[in-house]
Design a protein around this ligand. Structure first.
Ligand code: UT7
Length: 331
C-alpha cells in the first residue's frame, strides 16, 4: 500500500457525568467488584441517563466542540463529517448529518460508519483515504456510542462491560510523511451469530413480541467473542508491525480497543510491548464501542510527541477487526 499523507491534527472528547460503578452493579445483578475487575479491568463507566432525552449525537457534538475549541478554526472549513457509531440517534436519518449542522460544518457532507467496535478504526481508513484523494482537506471523524440504550441491565454478562462516550479526531493532509502509514483491516460475517441485537432491523422489525422477548438489547456469547478477539486483534497488530518492519522498540504506543483488559494484555504481549506503552482507560470508561480509540487519544494527547509510531488495534461485532499504523503529527 502506498504512503497516505493524512495526519490527525486535533482531538476532542466527551463523557457523560453519571458514573456507574461496580458497586452499583452489585445492586442490580448478581456480580461483584472483584469478578468484574479481574475478568475485565473495568471499575466504572459513564452513562448518558435516558431521562436527558438525548442520544449519541449529543455526545458527538460535545466531543466535536471540544476539538473545535482546542484547535480554533472555522467549522465551515470542514469537508466531511463521519460519525462512527453502533447506536445512531435513529435509524434511517444519518446522525452525522445532524451533528455536522449543529457544529456549523455547513459545507460538509456527512455519513455514519457502522462496524461495531471497529467503526472508528474503519473510519480512520476512510478519513485518510478521502484526504489522500486530494479532494478534501479537513475530515472530522467522531466515534460516539450510547451503549446504555441497548444494554440489558438484567444481563450480567453484558451490562458490566459497556459504557457511553464520544471522541473526535481531525484529519488533514501532511507533507512531512506523518499520519496514517499502513492498515490491515478484515471482517468475517460469522460474527453476527455471537454478538448482535436481534430486533429492530429489517430481519426482525419491532413488534410487541420482540419487545416482550427482550430482543432490542445487545446479546453476546462472551466466551466465543473473547476467543476471536484475542486471536484476531493480536494477529492484526503483529501483522502491521511485520508489514512495516517495526520492532517493539520502534512502537511508541499501542492504542487498543477497550473491551477487556485481558484482550489488551494479550495484544501487547504478542507485540512484545512494554505495558507502559499501552494506552488504557478501560478502568474508567468500560467499553464505549466506537469511542474507545479517540477517548484514548484525548486522554494521552499531552504525552504524545511528533513522529511517535502509534499502532491502533480493534475487534468488534460483525466480526470486524484490524490494525492501523500512524505517525503522530504534533507535540
Ligand atoms: O468490544 C466488542 C467485543 N466484545 C468483547 O471483546 C468482549 C469479549 N468477552 C469478554 O470480555 C468476556 O467473555 C466477558 C467479560 C464477557 C466474560 O468473561 P469470561 O471470563 O469469558 O466469563 P465466562 O462467560 O466464561 O463466565 C465465567 C463464569 C461463569 O460461571 P460458571 O459457569 O463458571 O459457574 C459465568 O456465569 O463467570 C460467570 N459470570 C459472572 N460472574 C459474576 C459471567 N458474568 C458474570 C458477572 N459476575 N458479571
Amino acid at each position: 500500500m502506498g504512503k497516505l499523507s493524512a495526519a490527525i491534527t486535533a482531538v476532542g472528547a466527551f463523557v457523560p457525568k453519571f458514573v456507574l460503578t461496580n458497586k452499583m452493579l452489585e445492586e442490580m445483578v448478581e456480580t461483584n467488584d472483584e469478578w468484574i475487575t479481574t475478568r475485565t479491568g473495568i471499575k466504572e463507566r459513564r452513562i448518558l441517563k435516558p431521562e436527558e432525552g438525548v442520544g449519541s449525537s449529543f455526545m458527538a457534538i460535545k466531543a466535536a466542540q471540544d476539538l473545535l475549541q482546542k484547535k480554533n478554526f472555522d467549522p465551515k472549513e470542514i469537508d466531511l463529517v463521519i460519525v462512527a457509531t453502533a447506536t445512531p440517534d435513529t435509524l434511517v436519518a444519518s446522525t452525522a448529518a445532524f451533528v455536522a449542522s449543529e457544529i456549523g460544518a455547513i459545507n460538509a457532507f456527512a455519513f455514519d460508519m457502522l462496524a461495531a467496535c471497529s467503526s472508528f478504526l474503519y473510519g480512520m481508513s476512510t478519513a485518510a483515504g478521502q484526504i489522500a484523494s486530494g479532494r478534501y482537506k479537513k475530515v472530522l471523524l467522531i466515534g460516539a456510542d450510547t451503549m446504555s440504550s441497548i444494554v440489558d441491565y438484567t444481563d450480567r454478562t453484558t451490562c458490566i462491560i459497556f459504557g457511553d462516550g464520544a471522541g473526535a479526531a481531525l484529519f488533514e493532509p501532511n507533507e512531512e510523511g506523518l499520519g496514517l502509514q499502513d492498515e490491515y483491516l478484515r471482517s468475517d460475517g460469522v460474527g453476527r451469530n455471537f454478538l448482535s441485537m436481534d430486533a429492530g432491523g429489517s430481519i426482525l422489525p419491532a413488534s410487541e413480541e420482540t419487545v416482550k422477548n427482550r430482543k432490542h438489547y445487545i446479546y453476546q456469547d462472551g466466551k466465543s467473542v473473547f476467543k476471536f478477539a484475542v486471536k484476531n486483534m493480536a494477529d492484526a497488530a503483529a501483522k502491521i508491525m511485520e508489514q512495516n518492519n517495526l520492532d517493539h522498540e520502534d512502537v511508541a504506543w499501542l492504542v487498543p480497543h477497550q473491551a477487556n483488559k485481558r484482550i489488551i494484555d494479550a495484544t501487547a504481549n504478542r507485540m512484545g510491548l512494554d505495558h507502559a506503552k499501552v494506552m488504557m482507560n478501560i478502568q474508567r470508561y468500560g467499553n464505549t464501542t466506537s469511542a474507545t480509540l479517540p477517548l484514548l487519544l484525548a486522554d494521552y494527547e499531552n504525552q504524545l510527541k511528533k513522529g511517535d509510531n502509534l499502532v491502533f488495534a480493534a475487534f468488534g461485532g460483525g466480526f470486524t477487526w484490524g490494525s492501523i499504523y500512524l505517525k503522530w503529527a504534533y507535540n
